[in-house]
Design a protein around this ligand. Structure first.
Ligand SMILES: [Ca+2]
Length: 141
């Protein structure tokens, strides 16, 4: 899946809390996790524009989480203890388009970003040994 997105807002400093791309068992579940349901079943890729926790990572942050339908997303810590991986990605209030690539093949999830408008893809994170079922729904929210 490749996604083209723009994240804009009037505030230069305060922007919360982000958006997500989903590959989930149940489509269109509205909730508190970047617009999607908490305790989702599947994969969420998060573009988190606001640092809630006290971790050392820089924001905006792209991260991923797999859930079996039983775990609450930890908003207070930006999911730091739940992430498959993460990276800094300056995606907000850019004058150009920003891009994300989400590839899943042979149990390897690779998330890459292109945020500088120059076509320079940078690997965000890779998770190996990840088993995702076929037939889930891919949505943006
Ligand atoms: Ca956050």
């Amino acid at each position: 899946m490749n996604a083209l997105y723009k994240v804009h807002g009037h505030s230069r400093n305060l922007a919360a809390d982000g958006m997500a791309l989903w590959y989930v068992k149940e489509p269109r579940q509205i909730g508190s996790v970047f617009g999607g349901a908490d305790q989702f079943t599947g994969l969420g890729i998060f573009i988190d524009t606001y640092k809630n926790g006290g971790g050392t990572g820089a924001f905006p942050q792209v991260s991923g989480m797999v859930n079996d339908g039983t775990v609450d997303y930890n908003h207070d810590d930006d999911g730091n203890d739940q992430n498959l991986g993460s990276c800094y990605a300056m995606v907000r209030n850019r004058e150009h388009d920003t891009h994300m690539s989400i590839k899943y093949k042979k149990q390897i999830l690779t998330v890459s970003v292109d945020v500088d408008g120059q076509g320079n893809w940078r690997q965000c994170f890779v998770k190996t040994g990840l088993v995702l079922p076929c037939g889930y729904y891919a949505t943006g929210c």
